[in-house]
Design a protein around this ligand. Structure first.
Ligand code: SF4
Ligand code: SF4
Length: 316
């Protein structure tokens, strides 16, 4: 396993655990009963009723809303977009709990059918590291089971973001969920199952506002970090079965120019694949991240056309 994959596995597991534990640990949640957010154990409320008896109530209340409402939200949004402007969709590829599900189910589907989704072409059995992965139908039950299990966990976690988490978990364990809680879990599990089984990467590409705004910020910065293809050595790719394209969870062609990589999540899977093809030596990889002036070149068509531009290239 490449060091990129090792580190990303750790951050993705950490991101998923945080997603599950943020409500019960009161790190972040919105309590529908209380009508306000809870952030790091503190009740994040405007407390506007305190200004009703003040002489200067309108001005004081406006200042309060500005400093305790709008400014913190603006600060978080600017920081998030600033990271995306400089590094791309790092959040998606390295932390997002949805993307972890996308990749896990992709891998199971490849095992079951040789295709990462129902809508993809069949991938070559030869992997980047030279091993052979033949499809095995016995993986289908595990694929569906994991997808539905993830859907339920997601539904349960989302409910705990809205209602007191310990009440939800205790009701679940004691079989005492209210009618509305049960209905929420049933509908959300069904919808997430459909997403996870049929449309998971399509949601990341076209349906997620968090991903879209990161992509827009990233595209606006020509010097932002980007996966760069060393087109001077494009001939090397003739020995390869497009391993970098085969592993991309977003079905992108990593050797393309930046404007064709709008939804790149900076996951580095393409880089890891090329490192494996080159015998595990990162310096020999034709793909790696660049930033600054070098990144500007990725906005231009390569001088030497990579093999990816010939879609009929034989894949074995
Ligand atoms: S192009 Fe590479 S870094 Fe971007 S999403 Fe695909 S595999 Fe990940
Ligand atoms: S860039 Fe690397 S992984 Fe991609 S086709 Fe060329 S040699 Fe293969």
């Amino acid at each position: 396993m490449t060091s990129i994959r090792k580190i990303r596995t750790i951050t993705q597991i950490g991101g998923f655990i945080l997603f599950l534990l943020a409500p019960p640990l009161n790190i972040f949640r919105y309590d529908l009963n209380l009508g306000h957010f809870i952030l790091f154990g503190h009740h994040w409320t405007m407390r506007l009723d305190a200004f009703q008896h003040s002489d200067n109530n309108t001005f004081d209340a406006a200042l309060h809303v500005l400093f305790f409402g709008l400014l913190p939200i603006l600060l978080i949004a600017v920081t998030f977009i600033g990271i995306a402007w400089r590094y791309g969709r790092l959040y998606c590829g390295w932390l997002c709990p949805h993307f972890s599900v996308v990749e896990t189910i992709n891998k199971l589907m490849v095992r079951a059918s040789g295709k990462p989704s129902f809508w993809s072409r069949r991938l070559p059995e030869k992997q980047a590291d030279g091993s052979i992965l033949a499809p095995n139908k016995n993986y289908w039950p595990a694929t569906y089971l994991v997808a539905i299990l993830f859907a339920f966990v997601w539904a349960l976690s989302l409910l705990s973001y809205l209602l007191p988490p310990f009440e939800i978990y205790s009701n679940l364990l004691n079989g005492a969920l209210s009618r509305n809680q049960s209905l929420f879990l049933l509908v959300a599990t069904t919808l997430f199952s459909i997403d996870f089984i049929f449309a998971r990467h399509l949601f990341c590409r076209f349906g997620c506002a968090v991903g879209l705004f990161q992509s827009l910020a990233w595209m606006s910065n020509r010097k932002a970090m980007v996966v760069h293809f060393d087109s001077r050595r494009a001939a090397t790719c003739k020995q390869c079965n497009n391993a970098c394209d085969n592993v991309c969870p977003m079905r992108l062609q990593a050797r393309s120019m930046k404007r064709k990589m709008f939804s790149c999540t900076e996951c580095g899977e393409c880089i890891s694949a090329c490192i494996e093809v080159q015998g595990g030596v990162r310096d020999k990889s034709l793909l790696d991240w660049v930033a600054g002036e070098a990144a500007k070149q990725c906005s231009e068509p390569p001088a030497s056309m990579p093999v990816t531009f010939y879609p009929d290239k034989a894949r074995s």
